[in-house]
Write a protein that binds this ligand. Structure first.
Ligand SMILES: *[C@@H]1O[C@H](CO)[C@@H](O)[C@H](O)[C@H]1NC(C)=O
Length: 143
């Protein structure tokens, strides 16, 4: 019983950090393969660089906006955190982007990549993924 309570507390308090192949399969099941013209390996590489697959990752930018979740989506343009101006183009509360259930985060990433910058909206993709051999990101995942 004590053990069960402890496990419940851990489940409530700990961030969901995906294992690489677990995340690749999750994205595939949400139709991310080919989104924006980019295969799954690009999306795995991008999220490795942005959040290390951590759904609860947050980072503050110099303009005061905050990047949220596994895709590090920005509060100035895409979601509302109640702190400062936002276009809220994904039409969500930023806290939705931090959930273990990644449905909202993936839906918003699909919206972000539709903008003219495409996948280049993510600095980590430009820095770590563009023009590279990304096959290792999905190797052994059965995707
Ligand atoms: C977003 O959701 C959180 C948690 O449910 C809530 O505390 C916060 O007030 C909400 N923010 C906005 C801007 O709606």
């Amino acid at each position: 019983m004590k053990c069960l309570v402890f496990m419940l507390l851990v489940a409530l308090s700990s961030a969901k950090v995906f294992e690489r192949c677990e995340w690749a399969r999750m994205m595939r099941s949400h139709g991310m393969d080919g989104v924006g013209g980019y295969n799954l390996a690009n999306w795995v590489c991008l999220t490795k660089g942005e959040s290390d697959y951590n759904t609860r990752a947050t980072n503050r930018n110099t303009d005061g906006s905050i990047d949220y979740g596994i895709f590090q989506i920005n509060s100035r343009y895409w979601c509302n955190n109640g702190q400062g101006p936002t276009s809220n183009a994904c039409g969500i509360n930023c806290s939705e982007l931090l959930k273990d259930d990644v449905t909202a985060a993936i839906r918003c990433a699909k919206r972000v990549v539709q903008d003219p910058n495409g996948i280049r909206a993510w600095v980590a993709w430009v820095r770590h993924c563009e023009g590279r051999d990304l096959s290792s990101y999905v190797r052994g995942c059965g995707v």
